[in-house]
Design a protein around this ligand. Sequence first.
Ligand code: FAD
Length: 377
Amino acid sequence: MSIVIVGAGLAGGTAVAELRDKGYTGEIVLIGAETHLPYERPPLSKGFLMGAQEFDEALVHDQAWYYDERIDLRLGVRATRIDLQAKVVHTEPVDGGDPVDVSYDKLLLATGATPRVLDMASWPFLYLRTIDDSRRLREALKPGARVAIVGGGWIGLEVASAARQLGAEVTVFELGELPLLRVLGPEVAKVFAELHRGHGVDLRLGWKPDSADFAGFDMALAAVGVSPDVSLAQEAGLDCDNGVLVDATLRTSDPSVYAVGDIANQDHPLLGRRIRVEHWDNAIEQAKVAARNLLGADEKYDRQPYFFTDQYDLGMEYVGNVGPEGYDHVEIEGTTNVLDGDAFRAYWIRGGKVVAAMHANDWDASDAIRDSIGTDR
Ligand code: FAD
């Protein structure tokens, strides 16, 4: 049997390890358009961006591991087309060269996501997705540099935090009335607004910038979300809708093809609806389940969504998903003056049950917040 994985990111790199861990000794081909070994992206907006972490520390496995585990790793190679009937992936080296066809018995798609482009042609925005993007950004974040960030989501705020710590002057333009409003709701989103203002960020809320707004800046980062990279799946004829549609076992509309990570729009058995999650933990845990299913298991992926962030001295973890139904109220335990190092736990409650929970600066709470999901409150 031959297993082919398209996308050598966090999910791709994790899946190959799980295949070997579960005793699969057959052929594994891992195809990645980037020229780097699979790596984790969270440090790109945090430790690596601030010069506190080396790129090697972000690798999923080192080079020797792929050799020892006999992984046919094809980096700098793009999958250009999938023929589902013939079970063939067509590939081309990104810097030119001859196309190569790769046959598979089972295929895993883990092509991730790409930043949404801001339609403001007159301004040369930087974007942040890859290690090369992070290196470029790091060059620009000099003490005293005037930095504009469009988008007060996770990436925008993490870069704001890194830039302030490096001594840059930072302005964040956010369309919403608060940063992170859609994910956290006003009760907790305002904690992040206070955190950034307290660290000297000029946070301009309810603000859609035009090119005149960028006149005084040395550089501008656009961090306005990502789109799942589904072109390959879509052209192959797999069912797609805001990602590649997968069932509870992460299988696509073709029984030989699975999809995981940022591209997977899963029929989630616990949530009872579809969800596509763009976070680190999801890429790892889905990849493990899909790898076992490629080997013949029929496991459902039923983990509650999870994410974390680090900004200045604040570390937080969040479990669950409020979803389109929203929540009735939020209960906060502890005090939220995070500028003074306060720790708190927050619970989003709907119909008397916890649907999401988080902690800030309370690392003993990791298990407790996960266990709280679905409990009465
Ligand atoms: P990716 O990591 O995007 O990997 C996909 C790979 O597939 C890419 O290398 C791409 O080049 C390749 N590819 C695409 N198309 C093709 C093709 N046709 N042929 C070959 N290769 C292809 N999550 C958190 O929970 N907490 C955080 O603090 C956090 N911080 C983040 C900071 C940054 C700067 C970024 C960008 C993301 C962060 N995330 C965080 C999100 C997390 O990194 C992603 O959810 C995760 O990387 C998704 O993994 P993936 O393998 O699905 O996709």
